[in-house]
Design a protein. Structure first.
Length: 340
């Protein structure tokens, strides 16, 4: 009996020594990158990355388990947004959410794996200019290992396990982004002369996610107070003025604005005058949710021409979605004044 106990102790000590040595020799962390070049604008590719609801179109793991359960949270495309998933044995269970981002440039996500193994990692995307007008997307994965995890990493080849999935996912991202770019209506940017405008405004810093509600509440009230009660003549379509657009905070300094001939007749609203100027303009037809493409087209045009734009960005709501039932026929004119 004593001999058996001795053998057990020796085996235990030997295993412990092997574990300790493996922990000392094992890697402290792991990082992997894969890249692809996509024939699509950065803004379009970035939308497919930053909105997690779009991941189901290209994620390699969405194909592995088509019955996986997703629970989205936060405002997609902003810091803090993410989703929880619960799938089969191959997909496992966990959570992913955005921890940092730079619009149309980079995004970093925190990954928390629950099953089959509990661990944490970071996934990152970097968008740069590729060859011949393409967008180069670099997708990275990095993980730090605890001492107890390092022995297992000596026998696990994460590069071999994850590399093919990353390559497949990027190939899917390329396919859907290039298809989106082909189907995206052309945004013609025009250089125009902006006439002087005077606005009566209800200005505030609001959450981007609440913009629809803000317009629905404030625009009818402004129209009633200024045009109907104040009997002030409008000098153009109702508008939105955007002085800042902070994606990190999810906020915008904006104004619900009524262009008027005479701003002296109504009190309770701030007056903003935008003088005569050169400007860039896009006629956008479509739902408000997709208007970002018009803004992106103007910014790209300005960058290509070496033009400097000044705030506010101006949206003129020419079409009325309450009257025109086809959202693709609703016209919004988007303007940016050029700084001379």
């Amino acid at each position: 009996m004593k001999r058996i106990l001795t053998i057990i102790v020796i085996v235990f000590v030997a295993l412990l020594l092997v574990f300790l040595i493996a922990g000392l020799l094992g890697p402290q962390g792991f990082k992997m990158e894969r890249s692809v070049e996509i024939k699509a604008p950065k803004a379009l590719v970035y939308k497919n990355i930053s909105d997690y609801k779009n991941w189901r179109k290209w994620s390699p793991w969405a194909e592995i388990d088509t019955n996986c359960i997703y629970e989205y949270y936060g405002t997609q495309g902003q810091i803090g947004a993410g989703y929880k998933w619960k799938g089969n044995d191959k997909v496992g269970e966990g959570d992913i959410h955005t921890v940092s981002m730079n619009e149309n440039d980079s995004l970093v996500s925190q990954l928390t794996f629950i099953k089959p193994f509990a661990s944490q990692a970071l996934a990152g995307f970097k968008l740069t200019d590729g060859a011949n007008g393409t967008t180069k997307v670099t997708w990275s994965f990095s993980q730090t290992f605890s001492f107890s995890q390092r022995p297992m990493m000596l026998v696990m080849n994460l590069e071999k396990m994850l590399g093919p999935d990353y390559e497949h996912g990027l190939a899917n991202l390329k396919t859907i982004s290039e298809k989106d770019a082909t189907n995206q209506p052309a945004m013609e940017v025009k250089e125009i002369t902006w006439a002087e405008h005077t606005y009566l405004c209800d200005r505030a810093v609001v959450a981007m996610k609440d913009l629809g509600k803000v317009f629905m509440e404030k625009m009818p009230t402004a129209f009633k107070n200024i045009v109907q009660k104040g009997k002030v003549q409008m000098d153009g379509p109702p508008s939105g003025l955007y002085f800042t657009w902070d994606t990190a905070k999810g906020e915008t300094d904006m104004a619900v604005a009524i262009p008027v001939k005479d701003a002296s007749k109504v009190s309770g609203y701030s007056v903003i005058k935008l003088g005569r100027s050169r400007a860039l303009m896009v006629d956008y037809y479509g739902p408000y949710d997709n208007m970002k493409g018009a803004h992106d087209a103007i910014h790209q045009y300005a960058a290509d021409k070496g033009l400097k734009l000044k705030s506010p960005a101006i949206e003129e709501y020419v079409g009325d979605p309450g009257v025109e039932k086809d959202p693709n026929k609703v016209l919004t004119k988007v303007y940016y004044l050029i700084e001379e």
